[in-house]
Design a protein around this ligand. Structure first.
Ligand code: KG4
Length: 352
């Protein structure tokens, strides 16, 4: 039992964007429950997350999500040893819902509180299932909110190496899908459709930082797709109908999607490989929603194979936003005696 904790059962709460999530873990890796209430149906008709709707939906869902997490884990509030919550980065109104609940539980139940950075959670999600992964690990964190590279070393040390300067990769997927009226979220839809297109059909120029950093930029690619669509007279397929079923795109659109995806995947893999080589990484990790992408998983595995480095990523339920990763990271904080107090506030632009 970690010093100072009543038990090694940690409740994790995650409300940084559009998933209301709670989980109970025993220690850093044994997931007893992980409940995720997705808000996709609420935001679909807008083609992206609407912050006001997201925080309102968190308020509506949080109580039942918490109850379910405890019930599925088979534990009561009195059994818990600590509470962990995401404090940022994310949408301020959404973050505040989770933080308020976590602070209330911590106060009423006299439980230690851990404040977890959302990116740290995504990094930990790889180690929930792959404790054996050799360090240092070059970690690609690739979601709808950010695209970053971290070097993960012994002792849970996370060194940021690169961030996106504008859009995140997932945001680019979502915006391209919105432009073509394909539905929301765009990532999984494009992932599926791109498999039917020719990835060499449209040559996209790779974004390049003139200052030599590994930072990412995705807004140029998104604009290049827009220009292609305009210059080839391609119209939106479903406009903003909010339909769940994707329409049937022409071969020209399938080729465009395959080429866009290939450009994104090559860019992500090449930057990760460059960083892994430069920093002498012994493994590569990926997490965040875009890490579910089938082409990215395959391309990263191939690149890792060429470098002689194993590639690790979580199973899909732990790859997108979830609270198990927050509980896992929170457990490590509490084990070290790193607790937050009731002054804890949301930090929408928090960095690791
Ligand atoms: O990590 P996540 O659940 O939420 C945050 O953004 O924090 O990631 C959601 C993002 C969305 O932009 C979604 O389009 C993208 O991940 N995504 C994908 C795939 N599945 C989800 N992008 C590409 N291919 C996928 N299969």
């Amino acid at each position: 039992m970690p010093s100072g904790l009543r038990s090694d059962l940690i409740l994790g709460i995650e409300t940084s964007c559009d998933e209301t999530a709670a989980a109970v873990l025993r220690g850093p890796r044994q997931v007893l429950s992980s409940i995720i209430a997705s808000q996709i149906p609420v935001h679909r008709r807008y083609g992206g997350v609407v912050p006001e709707l997201a925080s309102r939906q968190h308020l509506l869902s949080i109580e039942s999500v918490l109850k379910d997490a405890l019930e599925v884990a088979g534990v009561g509030l009195k059994d818990l040893g600590g509470v962990a919550v995401t404090y940022g980065p994310g949408l301020v109104g959404s973050l505040l819902v989770g933080i308020s609940v976590a602070k209330s539980l911590s106060m009423v139940l006299e439980l230690p509180l851990a404040a977890v950075n959302h990116h740290e959670g995504h990094i930990r999600s790889v180690f929930i299932e792959h404790e054996e992964a050799p360090l240092p690990m070059l970690m690609l964190m690739v979601s709808g909110g950010d695209t970053s590279l971290y070097l993960v070393s012994e002792g849970d040390v996370y060194r940021p190496l690169a961030h996106t300067r504008d859009d995140a990769a997932g945001e680019a997927y979502d915006k391209v899908a919105k432009l073509l009226g394909l539905g929301y979220p765009g990532g999984p839809i494009i992932d599926k459709l791109a498999a039917k297109g020719d990835p060499r059909a449209v040559p996209f120029t790779r974004p390049r930082m003139t200052d030599g950093t590994l930072d990412f930029s995705f807004s140029g690619l998104k604009t290049a797709v827009l220009r292609y669509v305009q210059s080839h007279g391609i119209g939106s397929l479903a406009a903003s109908s909010g339909e769940t079923a994707p329409p049937h795109p022409s071969q020209q659109i399938l080729d465009l999607l395959a080429s866009f995806q290939e450009a994104v995947v090559k860019y992500l893999v090449d930057q990760t490989v460059r960083a892994a080589r430069h920093h002498g990484a012994r493994s590569i990790g990926m997490s965040g929603g875009v890490a579910c992408n089938s082409r990215l998983r395959q391309a990263m595995r191939d690149a890792g194979g060429r470098l002689g480095l194993p590639v690790y990523y979580p199973s899909p339920a732990l790859t997108t936003d979830n609270a198990a990763m927050i509980a896992s990271a929170g457990y490590l904080h509490l084990r070290r005696g790193h607790t937050a107090d009731l002054t804890l506030n949301a930090d929408p632009a928090a960095r690791l």
